[in-house]
Design a protein around this ligand. Sequence first.
Ligand code: ADE
Ligand code: ZN
Length: 331
Amino acid sequence: MTSFPSDFARSLPKAELHVHLEGSVDPATMLALAQRHGVEAPANDVEGIREWLRFDGFPMFLDRYFFVCGLLRDGDDFARIAEDYLRATHRQGAVHVEFHVSSSYHIVEREADWSEILEGVIAGCERAESELGISSLLLPDISPHLGADAAHRALDVVLAHLHPRVTGIGLGGPADNWRTEDFGSAFQRARDAGLHTVSHAGEHGPAWEVRHAIEEFGAERIQHGIGAVGDPDVLSMLVEQGIACDVCPGSNVALAAVPSLEAHPLPAMLEAGVTVTLGSDDPPMFSTDLLTEYENAWNLAALDEEGLEQLATNSLVDSFAPVDRVEQWLS
Ligand code: ADE
Ligand code: ZN
């Protein structure tokens, strides 16, 4: 196999549509945030934090993810992490990023001031955009493990603070309660307010989650969606409805959603004709970044340069960025 053409991959204008803002915090920043807020850090140095970020599965990851969420206390914290991530991903050729933000956690669990958080994130996005030209939008996530009432409470607050950068809502966290609680009505409210809708599905769970996210939540894109390969009808649904999957191979390996990189179903998804974009999910938590995910895809699916270019193009076309900007990037 020819080696990964990293300069070529970097040079491709691309969007990252699947990254969690709170999961983008690097270990050094985690330590700085803990010190800033007088919180006992889980380790004394960056190496120790890296050790702490080794997971035996999804529940252990979520425990640490929410610890990091809890280190983010004020608008300045959010401005800093948004700007830092946009700078880092711009160096990899990203022209546009859509950040998932764990709104249920901040609004419902922590009862934090969402307007301050939002102002902070937007300030970070604006600083990066004015200096580097990188575009960014936000996807506040609701978390199903808190139940549908909590999803609606989080949504009340999100909808009360709409801003042009808030482009849609997502659903993330453990895929609990999907069949027993009505999250579809929350997605409907978001759509009625003019927002896009996306959902995690088929990450650790099977193909029915992907079908459910499309049929019940009206998801326009699926985060992960790798479980879809278990059901040809669900694969066809993705293809026929032109619903892209924002796939993160490094995350799937780190959280044991797949037994190994070699066993990842990305080739089968591409073979079936599913539109795929690549994301890094929670990059420092999985020792990855956007370009590494392009390298993972290159190795996994035996891509050529045209294949890399197609993935980058998909990420622009399937983004929620304004059409005129997408056309500029594509040209
Ligand atoms: N929130 C942050 N990372 C996530 C993941 N990999 N799956 C679902 N929710 C998440
Ligand atoms: Zn995710």
